[in-house]
Design a protein around this ligand. Structure first.
Ligand SMILES: [Zn+2]
Ligand SMILES: [Zn+2]
Length: 397
């Protein structure tokens, strides 16, 4: 591409029909975490169309492709997640899901198509550019093990060694045409907990005979909120949410046990340790004070996503040139959602961006049955990834 003649955005506009076709094929046949086998076949077909060699794995649905093995310069990896969600689609779109109870409601179909689009642009317009790896990653929605860790264990960041990694996620909170970036904590660490409160079952009219699991569980729910308000520093973000509470069968029976499940979100490793130990201590103390027993299981999910300053600022400057300053927003507050892209950033520098898909009538939120992002966001996504790749492959600031 002659940069004087054409922008990445103009080239990406011409790639939109191809991206749309890929995306609609992904969208029609969504697959859940670690079941992305048909999706993988579709990715492989697209890579073959583009003439980009790839490698696959027997025990993981991911794909690692390499554009320009003979090129020199820093290796930039572009990552797209592949999985969908257990939701019945209610968008009414012509290319809606054909699989009952499954839907691409987090935009991972858009991510795959935008990464393929960026690869198409980089292959066709910049044959003199550096090598580009494409990481198609399963199981982002899994939340605990995820797919990034296993893909890294399968060597996706080696042979050739990746110097920078880039990823993005659609964001209905940002208008179409805009991209959000941020330095430092950008998304939260997410941990899972399950608390079983054991009381004494019996008739509701004789609660004095033993600890009431419902009452103890209620104290636990309330008591946990003090972790977010009284244990950490006031400006250090923490979320503690109990999302599920189950116990009892009838209004006049005291149940033997109540089960609580929830999530803890933090952005600093020290705070993550602090909240985990405080949660266990608090729950045991509350239960003991009321004579009940508790079993606590606490499992760590994805780490916090930390965008390193140098690579992030280089990318932001390049994307500003591409999209115009007003369309590139610095986001200073981390989002308390989690992303296993964080695991790549634990190994190599790079950055994670947000891609606006909001319209005048805002699309429904992520993970909603009516989530219908505007496909034109793929033009912005592909142009952003292509210009960011070149920025990271070029000379430093
Ligand atoms: Zn999601
Ligand atoms: Zn997602």
């Amino acid at each position: 591409m002659n940069p004087a003649l054409e922008s990445w955005t103009q080239a990406a506009r011409r790639a939109l029909p191809a991206m749309r076709a890929w995306r609609e094929v992904f969208h029609r046949e969504p697959e859940l975490s670690n079941q992305e086998h048909k999706t993988r076949e579709k990715v492989l077909r697209a890579l073959s169309e583009l003439g980009i060699p790839y490698r696959t794995f027997d025990d993981l649905a991911g794909v690692v492709a390499l554009l320009g093995a003979d090129r020199t310069g820093p290796v930039v990896a572009l990552r797209a997640d592949m999985d969908a969600l257990p939701l019945e689609e209610a968008t009414g779109l012509p290319y809606r899901s054909t699989v009952p109870g499954k839907m691409h409601a987090c935009g991972h179909d858009i991510h795959m198509a935008a990464v393929l689009g960026a690869a198409m642009l980089l292959a066709r317009e910049r044959p003199d550019g550096g090598p580009v790896k494409l990481l198609f990653q399963p199981a982002e929605e899994d939340g605990l093990l995820g797919g990034a860790g296993p893909l890294i264990e399968h060597g996706c960041l080696e042979r050739p060694r990746v110097d920078y990694v880039l990823g993005l996620h659609v964001d209905p909170g940002l208008p179409l045409g805009q991209v959000g970036w941020g330095v430092g904590p950008f998304m939260a660490a997410a941990d899972y907990f399950r608390i079983v409160v054991r009381g004494k079952g019996g008739h509701a009219s004789t609660p004095q005979q033993g600890p009431d699991a419902v009452l103890v569980a209620s104290e636990v729910v309330v008591g946990l909120q003090a972790l977010a308000s009284r244990v950490r520093h006031p400006v250090d973000p923490v979320v503690v949410t109990v999302g599920s509470i189950h116990g009892g069968t009838r209004h006049n029976i005291l149940p033997e046990e109540v089960v609580l499940e929830g999530t803890v979100r933090t952005v600093r490793p020290g705070t993550r340790d602090l909240i985990e130990s405080a949660l266990k201590r608090r729950v045991r103390a509350l239960a003991a004070s009321l004579g009940a027993r508790v079993l606590i299981s606490y499992r760590r999910g994805y780490p916090a996503l930390i965008n390193p300053p140098e690579a992030t600022e280089r990318v932001a400057r390049a994307v500003e040139v591409e999209l115009g300053k007003k369309n590139v927003l610095r986001l200073d507050e981390p989002m308390m959602g989690a992303e296993d892209f964080a695991r790549y950033l634990e190994k190599v520098p790079g950055t994670f961006l947000r891609l606006g898909v909001g319209q005048s009538t805002r699309p429904a939120s992520l993970h909603s049955a009516s989530f219908a992002p505007d496909e034109r966001a793929m033009v912005v996504g592909a142009a952003t990834l292509a210009s960011a790749t070149l920025a990271l492959q070029g000379p430093g600031p």
